[in-house]
Design a protein around this ligand. Structure first.
Ligand SMILES: Nc1ncnc2c1ncn2[C@@H]1O[C@H](COP(=O)(O)OP(=O)(O)OP(=O)(O)O)[C@@H](O)[C@H]1O
Ligand SMILES: [Mg+2]
Length: 214
C-alpha cells in the first residue's frame, strides 16, 4: 500500500533542495566514509534521552538513501514510543512485534512508502516483552534475511538510558549513530550511554548534534 508522506519531519521529501536536506546528505556521506574496511549495512540511531531527534534523523537519512537509488528498509524498533508509521502516514496494526511473535509474515508486515525504494517495517502493537523479542534468534535471523534483500537497513530505537532495547539492537548492527540535542546534552548521561554501548561492543560511528540554534 502506498500512502503520501505528510509529516513535517520529512524535510528531505518535501524540499530536497533545502540546506537542511543537504545536511542529511552530508551525514550519509560521513557515515559511508566512517568505515572503509567494514560494510555498513545495518545502522541504528539512538540517544541518551527522549526527544533529541532520533526519529527525525533516521527518517530523513532513509529518504536520502532511497533518493540515491538504494533499496532501504526502515525499521521502527522503538517500542517505547513508536512513531515511524506516523511519519509515513502508514497503519501500525502489524509490524516488527507481530513479525517477531510469529503472528504475521515478512510480506504482511512490511509496507511500501511513496518512494518506491523505501520500505517501512513499523513497530506493530507495543508488546510487553520488547527486550526479549529484540534479544532473540528470530530477530537475528530476520536481520540476516533483510541484509540479503536490501542495500541498507536503518533502525529507530528508544533512548539508551530508558530501556535496554537499544543496547540489545546495537549489538546486532554494523553501526550506531548517537543523536544529541544541543544544549540538552548531559555529559554524565552521554558517558553512561557510551559505556553501555561499549559493553556489547557496539560500533558508535559518531554523534549528530541536533537542534543547534542558528
Ligand atoms: N533539528 C531539529 N530542529 C528542530 N526541531 C527538531 C529537530 N529535530 C527534531 N525536531 C523536533 O523535535 C521533536 C522530537 O524529535 P524526534 O521525534 O525526532 O525525537 P526522538 O528522539 O525520536 O524522540 P522520542 O525519544 O520521543 O522518540 C519533534 O517535534 C521534531 O519535529
Ligand atoms: Mg522517536
Amino acid at each position: 500500500m502506498r500512502r503520501s508522506i505528510n509529516d513535517s519531519s520529512l524535510i528531505i521529501s518535501m524540499n530536497p533542495k533545502s540546506p537542511i536536506s543537504e545536511v542529511y546528505r552530508l551525514l550519509r556521506t560521513k557515515i559511508q566514509f566512517s568505515s572503509k574496511d567494514q560494510e555498513l549495512k545495518t545502522l541504528m540511531v539512538t540517544s541518551t534521552q527522549s526527544g533529541e531527534g532520533k526519529t527525525t534523523t533516521i527518517s530523513n537519512l532513509a529518504v536520502t538513501y532511497a533518493q540515491e537509488g538504494k533499496k532501504v528498509l526502515l525499521i521502527d524498533a522503538d517500542m517505547r514510543k513508536p512513531s515511524l508509521h506516523r511519519v509515513f502516514s502508514q497503519p501500525n496494526h502489524q509490524g516488527l512485534s507481530t513479525l517477531l511473535t510469529g503472528h504475521t509474515s515478512v510480506q504482511d508486515s512490511i509496507q511500501e512508502t511513496i518512494n518506491g525504494h523505501l520500505s517501512l517495517l513499523p513497530s506493530g502493537p507495543v508488546p510487553a516483552n520488547s527486550a526479549e523479542l529484540m534479544d532473540s534468534v528470530v530477530m537475528r535471523e530476520l536481520l540476516e534475511q533483510f541484509k540479503q534483500q536490501y542495500d541498507v537497513i536503518l533502525i529507530d530505537t528508544p533512548s539508551v538510558l530508558s530501556t535496554s532495547d537499544s543496547v540489545i539492537v546495537s549489538a546486532l548492527c554494523d553501526g550506531v549513530v548517537l543523536v544529541v540535542a544541543a544544549g540538552k546534552v548531559r555529559k554524565d548521561y552521554l558517558k553512561k550511554a557510551k559505556e553501555q554501548l561499549d559493553h556489547v561492543n557496539a560500533r558508535v560511528l559518531g554523534i549528530v548534534m541536533n537542534k543547534v540554534a542558528k
